[in-house]
Design a protein around this ligand. Structure first.
Ligand code: SAJ
Length: 416
């Protein structure tokens, strides 16, 4: 069935792990990326990103000869598109990477192939892919306008894995497979059943697109609720974690954790795709985004009020969440940036055990440096906990004594 192999376009946080898992199940995987360095390191059996167990999986697949990488799109039986879908100004979805990947794979189609969109996308994108394919290849029949006898099948299977647990969740999570026709979904499901031990659930493409957006929006709205409670409790001089722990004793209540904001490329982005699709009906989703986006400024203001002129402030954690090295769209980086900009009199000692240098917005910022946790605690008057990394969880209470503490994650509070 996959004699010409599976071509995975986009070898990032989703495409590369998926390629490695498929290749380790004996499928010939031809990975494609526009970045020549990424291609070179994968062909050398190395991994350009940090994700537990990914390095061994890639090295094994490359050594076995089932995984190769290249810049141009080769012929294959299946094409999986796993490229970024960010938003542009005004929070409108930017589908240019999907379009570019689609138009390039169209060139090598012969008929009989299956094209799968994995990137999280606004409802209608899979159908749009089929239209782009048809524009490039008027000689072939595609499912959007030939639903009864398409020569190329098109489906959507949104990725749902959690960074930090990708290799595990790729295999164990349930998968949604939405086809432009039932046959498109059925064929795509066959591929996922090769490696997926969870249920493979068949639906239509637009429902699969929307379900993925709903998952991340559900999370965003619930985190916004927790963040709003944090601000309310701060004003009322209450401990928000105590209040949430008490409320969560109710059998049907499960409030999430407040924090310095929502980061990463998923939860902070995907709700905007729903807002863009139906702006007049998505007020709650939009407001949640605004609440979460306002958190870093709120935390920076709170720290600023808590410290004297010329103080030394330790900021613990820059990653977008615990125990990963990913600083993309990190609210913690934003807190440090805003604090440094508002208070040039402060010395800010940033600690991030998972990176060796400051990310760009902070590297060029006067008064901010990257130091070890020991140095930061030793030299500072105020400690701001931004990420609940294991290293910070393990700190002895005595090392924090005498500091003003702003704990945005409730990590060091004493349980009652
Ligand atoms: N966060 C809080 N409070 C919480 C939970 C999270 O402030 O109670 C913050 C985190 O610190 C982080 C952000 O939210 O900054 C997002 O972290 P996360 O661990 O909740 O999620 P992601 O972005 O790493 O991965 C999400 C997952 N989606 C869901 O759990 C519904 C994952 O399954 C998706 O595959 C991924 O988005 C994606 O690629 O879309």
């Amino acid at each position: 069935m996959f004699g010409r192999g599976v071509c995975v376009i986009g070898l990032g946080y989703i495409g590369l792990p998926t390629s490695a898992v498929l290749a380790n199940h004996g499928i010939v995987v031809k990975g494609v990326d526009i970045n020549e360095q990424t291609v070179a390191s994968i062909n050398a059996g190395e991994v350009p990103i940090v994700e537990p167990d990914l390095d061994a999986a890639v090295a094994g697949a490359v050594a076995r000869g089932t995984l190769t990488a290249q810049v141009g799109v080769p012929e294959a039986d299946v094409f999986m598109v796993a490229v970024p879908t960010p938003f542009r100004d005004g929070h409108q979805p930017d589908l240019s990477y999907v379009e570019q990947a689609t138009r390039s794979l169209a060139q090598v189609l012969r008929g009989g192939e299956l094209v799968i969109l994995e990137s999280t996308s606004p409802p209608g994108t899979t159908e749009q892919m089929s239209v782009w394919l048809a524009e490039e290849r008027p000689d072939l029949r595609f499912p959007h306008d030939h639903p009864d006898d398409p020569e190329v099948l098109v489906a959507h299977c949104p990725e749902r894995v959690l960074p930090g647990r990708i290799m595990l969740e790729l295999v164990t999570n349930d998968r949604l497979v939405g086809g432009l026709t039932p046959e498109c979904a059925r064929r795509a499901a066959e591929l996922y059943r090769v490696f997926c031990r969870g249920d493979v659930i068949i639906t239509d493409a637009a429902s699969a697109e929307m379900a993925k957006l709903v998952e991340n929006s559900f999370r965003d709205v619930n985190i916004a609720f927790a963040n709003e409670l944090a601000a309310v409790c701060e004003q009322l001089n209450l401990d928000v974690w105590e209040v949430i722990a008490l409320a969560n004793k109710h059998p049907r209540v499960n409030v999430l954790n407040p924090g310095p904001g929502v980061g990463g490329h998923c939860i902070a982005v995907d709700p905007w795709f729903i807002v863009a699709s139906a702006p007049e009906h998505s007020r709650l989703i939009r407001t949640a985004r605004e609440v979460n986006d306002a958190r870093p400024a709120h935390v920076a203001r709170r720290v600023s009020y808590s410290v004297e002129q010329g103080a030394v402030v330790a900021c613990l954690g820059l990653a977008f969440k615990a125990d990963i090295d990913d600083l993309r769209e990190s609210p913690s980086v934003e807190v440090v940036r805003l604090l440094g900009a508002a208070r040039p009199d402060l010395t800010i000692l940033a600690v991030e055990p998972h990176v060796e240098r400051l990310p760009e917005p902070l590297e060029s910022q006067a008064g901010v440096s990257l130091v070890s946790v020991e140095t930061a605690l030793d030299k500072s008057e105020c400690v701001v906990l931004l990420v609940d990394h294991a290293e910070f969880r393990a700190l002895a209470p005595s090392s924090l004594a005498g500091h003003v503490i702003v704990d945005t994650r409730g990590l060091w509070r004493q349980p009652t």
